[in-house]
Ligand binder design. Structure first.
Ligand code: PLP
Length: 496
């Protein structure tokens, strides 16, 4: 098995190289040349596996240049019980006959990005030994909030790595800023950048491709890598919980091994739902993958019409991690379902950067629609759903999850599809406490109160310790730099 590129079929990389590189040299994304398979017998065995055992089983199929011991060690370090507040790591909560919620937010930053970013640093450490001569890995992240904190927590004190996170001075929420400024660890740096997210992101991209600084790093036995969701090392850990949640429905007696389920996923960059598609490709019995968006409903339009058009208004919503117009990981789906047509993928991506639009033909659209359907939730739909599920079932959910639940409910009303469904819950309701409390009680009743206390009072659900402890921590990072000074800042910090 090897990894190739969505834009060049002649690329051949080992798993380690794919993880260290993050992106292929010509700008394509890495995918396995052939997907490993999982049989129904394998799934029957997995029903009795712990989350860690399932993770080891799946990872070993993809990371074939890692030793079994390497993988065991990475998984054990990533999913330690002191880091995850649930012994199941990713528990499934049954709501009713059809609805099951897969909670992916029990990790250290209370959002689903922990599921992959707790593991990626360990995978990188091993990969660097194999394919980068033991060079120290320097991770650069430009973040609009969630990814930065999850990456900091993941890379914190991981040997032979160092991480720099840049966030826009005025572009993140107060909780997110505090989460990053108080970050612990001996190999972490955080700085605000004067400007917006695009300024921070383009400054970081320039550094990634600057030959002079790359040469300097080389002299000091270091190299750059990235922790964002185009890295294969972030997708593969996400495949695991599609298997574990399926097995959980079997354990609960909701399905028999071999029966199909639907997955509904609140989607931004298309990484999470793509992992579900890869699980299906490997042999997991799936009926439909339901892609949920918020008012930035570009994916709903694409999956229904085959036209991807970013020339539209951008909305800032209460589910900010889904506020995205360019869903990078869609490129991997186009490649896989067009029978690896690199010429087509190059053309579509060129169209996208030149005009902001691409259109796929009916044949490819039909193939996509056999697996996927899509819908979106307005801001009112999101708030109403939070309130309805809290009042009817006593279940508290965040804004991103609510978008997915709404889209699933609409799907079921329209189709009467009785397939049991797993809905991904991607953030703790406490991470978006203000919007969640307002949805249930009305904003006028939450004003001047700490929304976390309000939620705790009405639900009795404990405030997760990473959020309740935030106020007690020291602020370590108060740096602000101009976007033109990021390079100097890095060189000083690295001593190169
Ligand atoms: C990142 C994120 C998403 C979107 O996931 P993608 O893999 O980018 O589609 C949804 N919800 C939350 C809370 C997130 O942090």
């Amino acid at each position: 098995m090897y990894y190739t590129s969505t834009r060049n079929n002649s690329v051949k990389l080992t798993a380690s190289q794919a993880i260290i590189k993050g992106i292929s040299d010509e700008g394509g994304l890495t995918v396995p040349n052939d997907f490993p398979t999982v049989t129904i017998q394998d799934i029957s065995r997995m029903v009795n596996f712990s989350y860690k055992e399932t993770a080891k089983f799946i990872l070993k199929k993809f990371l074939d240049d890692f030793s079994e011991d390497d993988i065991d060690e990475c998984v054990e370090s990533a999913y330690k019980s002191e880091k995850f507040s649930s012994p199941d790591i990713a528990p499934v909560v049954n709501i009713d006959e059809f609805r099951n919620i897969l909670e992916l937010w029990h990790g250290p930053t209370c959002a689903f990005k922990d599921m992959a970013l707790q593991l990626l640093p360990h995978l990188m450490k091993v990969a660097a030994k194999k394919s980068a001569n033991g060079k120290k890995i320097i991770i650069l992240v430009a973040t609009s909030g969630d990814t930065g904190k999850a990456a900091l927590e993941g890379f914190k004190d991981v040997e032979n790595t160092q991480i720099f996170v840049f966030y826009p001075e005025k572009g993140v929420s107060d909780i997110q800023k505090l989460q990053m400024q108080t970050q612990e660890g001996n190999n972490v740096s955080v700085a605000a950048v004067r400007g917006n997210f695009d300024d921070a992101q383009s400054a970081v991209k320039v550094i990634f491709t600057d030959q002079e600084i790359k040469n300097k790093l080389k002299l000091h036995n270091m190299l750059f890598s990235s922790a964002n969701s185009i890295n294969w090392g972030r997708l593969v850990p996400q495949i695991v919980y599609y298997f574990s949640s399926y097995c959980s429905l079997v354990s609960k007696g909701i399905i028999q091994v071999g029966e199909k389920v639907n997955f509904t996923v609140p989607t931004g960059n298309f990484g999470n739902i793509l992992a579900a598609f890869f699980a299906e490709t490997m042999g997991l019995p799936v009926n439909k993958l339901i892609c949920a968006s918020n008012s930035n409903n570009i994916l709903t339009d694409f999956l229904t019409t085959g036209v991807y058009d970013i020339n539209r208004e951008f909305y800032t919503t209460t589910s900010p991690s889904m506020d995205i117009l360019i869903s990078s990981n869609l490129e991997r789906l186009l490649y896989c379902l067009s029978d690896r047509d690199e010429i087509l993928v190059n053309k579509l991506m060129k169209d996208l950067s030149a005009t902001g639009i691409y259109t796929i033909n009916d044949n490819l659209l039909n193939k996509i629609q056999r697996c996927f359907c899509a819908g979106w939730a307005s801001e009112k739909n999101v708030a109403d759903t939070i309130k309805k599920y809290f009042e009817k079932y006593g279940y508290l959910m965040d804004t991103h999850t609510a978008a997915a639940v709404y889209v699933y409910d609409e799907y079921r009303n329209k189709t009467n599809d009785d397939t049991p469904t797993i809905i991904d819950s991607t953030a703790s309701p406490y991470k978006f406490a203000g919007d969640v409390a307002s949805a249930i009680l009305g904003s006028e009743n939450v004003k001047n109160r700490d929304p976390k206390e309000v939620l705790n009072e009405i639900s009795k659900m404990p405030v997760p310790s990473p959020i309740s402890n935030l106020g007690k921590k020291n602020i370590r990072f108060k740096n602000t730099c101009e976007k033109d000074n990021i390079m100097d800042f890095l060189e000083t910090q690295l001593g190169i």
